[in-house]
Design a protein around this ligand. Sequence first.
Ligand code: MIC
Ligand code: SF4
Length: 758
Amino acid sequence: MIFDFEMIDSCYKLLDSKILEIRKKLNRPLSLSEKVLYSHVYPQNQIKPFKRGTDYVDFMPDRVAMQDATAQMAILQFMMAGKDTTAVPASVHCDHLILAQSGAVEDLKTAGIVNKEVYEFLSSVCNKYDIGFWNPGAGIIHQIVLENYAFPGGMMIGTDSHTPNAGGLGMIAIGVGGADAVDVLAGMGWELKFPNVIGIKLSGKLSGWTSAKDIILKISGLLTVKGGTGNIIEYFGEGAESLSCTGKATICNMGAETGATCSIFGFDNSMIDYLKATGRKEIADLAIKNRNHLVADPEIYANPEKYFDQYFEINLSELEPYINGPFTPDLATPISQMKTAVIKNNWPENVEVGLIGSCTNSSYEDISRAASVVKNALDQKLVAKSEFTVTPGSEQIRSIAERDGFLELFREFGAEVFANACGPCIGQWARKDSDNKRVNTIIHSFNRNFAKRNDANPNTNAFVASPEIVTAIAISGKLTFNPVTDTLINSEGKEIKLAEPKGFDLPPKGFGVIDGGYQKPDHGKNGEKIIINSDSDRLQLLAPFKEWDGNDFLNLPLLIKAKGKCTTDHISMAGYWLKYRGHLQNISENYMIGAVNYFNDQTNNILNQVTGLNDTVPRIARFYRDSGTGSAVAGEENFGEGSSREHAAMEPRYLGVKVVLVKSFARIHETNLKKQGVLTLTFQNKNDFNKIKEDDRIDISGLKNFMPGKQLTVNLNHLDGTKEKFPANHSYNESQIEWFKAGSALNIIRKSNKKNVT
Ligand code: MIC
Ligand code: SF4
């Protein structure tokens, strides 16, 4: 079955004339990113040469995808918008809420019981609003999108930061918060600062132990976790064409770790093969007809330095496997240097668990290559020294991995095969025998490795590598093992060298036909009633946030000055807390509990300026809110890095935080805060961060003349009566200032749509 074929067909029908029009207006060669972006400007008659990195532009993406942990808030907000149906095709995927504990069958059953209320809510809401619903066990959002929905030249948004996965199939696919999704679902333009474009030419060809994952591991090291911010990464070159479509998706998926808006590959034969293999020959045919529009113009490829805002070249023939981490995905070490790095950094060398799978690395190619390593190890009488787990990305992949004997091989090897879900990647991992403080090392093929992310233990050193390297390291049990050069001793005492991995881009026996767990919406034909019990602790209807009272912020107590890395995992932790993703009041109890207090280096232990006593962040935030002052938060670089979860923005709003003042923001988090009505400011002079004291009261002045490009002023009122004053920057445009004034972006949609809601 091809989803939304009419929509896709009409996109391609219009593409030729759109590109002609764009060429007329821009009169210069176009990158692929520009072709896709300009052909989705909304409305199309607004096209003019936009300034990359400066102009805010409205787009109309072709579709929206949401996963269960973010869909709950997105849909609760959409329900407040008062619409009958969604303006573009949309889908919801149940993947984040399944605990990985006792294997796929048992865990799915438990999830069905534990999350019943949430699944029923999402399923009935999807029916009512005509949204495709993918049941728990169907797979992880990005795999399902790639297998079913993505198409070359399309544009989509998704309420998950790894939405860019679909760039592997030539799509501009951008991770956003739920409020952004509501804009698109409600048929309004979706606003984005027109991104810059980083061109990366891949030359040469991968071989041996090196895989697509190593390309993005290297690039994460080059760009760092903030270097991609405000940019689309566009790949090209013969190396790019030599990669499988799913390999390209891995690169685009993990590109989120550089802060990039998204990543994209030009249309090529690997995409044709993948579309055909996944039952979408008709789409491949349409794309072939539009081939020229689905790659950059030849002038761009001939002169990349001239046209891209930044340009890099990577020779795949020279690339070696990488291992990134711990605690950050951009700490990239080539495998040949791991022995030295482990000693130098005192990383614990023994690896306790190797985990493969996740949304970014569970393609047939990944599974078949990892399985070939396992088979070779078994054949050579090697046993795994570390525990080993496999999390397939979708039922489609799981079923053929089972059919083709790979999962049996993994089991023979002692692996635990978890459900097709996020599982250990997002702290939904009931890790056995783990005390919560023990220093230890794990290695996985996921995307992120922030502190506490996988098992809630702050002392778990998590490293990221390709599935085949994770497998080899799990066999050796050592972080320092390099399968390219090193040998192992087998159960007979013989010295053994692991053979290089071998796999298949696509399943030789085809993908087969499976019941993938899809529920077709019936658009409320069954008279769906959306019921949220008032005593539910999982779901809570939202109440609109209050509008701005027209005054400067005065005397806001500093809530917390967060030290160092403060990702959305630090701001609104996942794992245990995922169960409250549909209940703002309950989830707000995790606000900033992972952030390090600058003044005592502790987490979730801050000063209450009024009582003089230390307490938790959520409790003190509530205290300030209820006493009528509200509060202010300060932070450092790339604040809110990582996830798209808008809970990290709704919680401070709900708890009365009025301003977040930091050295720099991650894109999605800054937008999320703006959309929820929290003022986002950055230090003009980053050293001003040092001036903020634990018992400061903070004023923000200039709000009455809040306008684009005009700085606001921060006044610090120190306890000893002294004051310090400095300017702060903001990135608000006019319409975003309206969000702030209205109390949230949603309040504006609500006002323009005064219909009663369910
Ligand atoms: C992640 O990988 O961090 C998540 C969990 O998928 C998040 C979404 C969420 O927090 O629900 C993301 O990437 O946006
Ligand atoms: Fe799920 Fe992990 Fe992928 Fe996020 S990165 S969507 S938690 S598998």
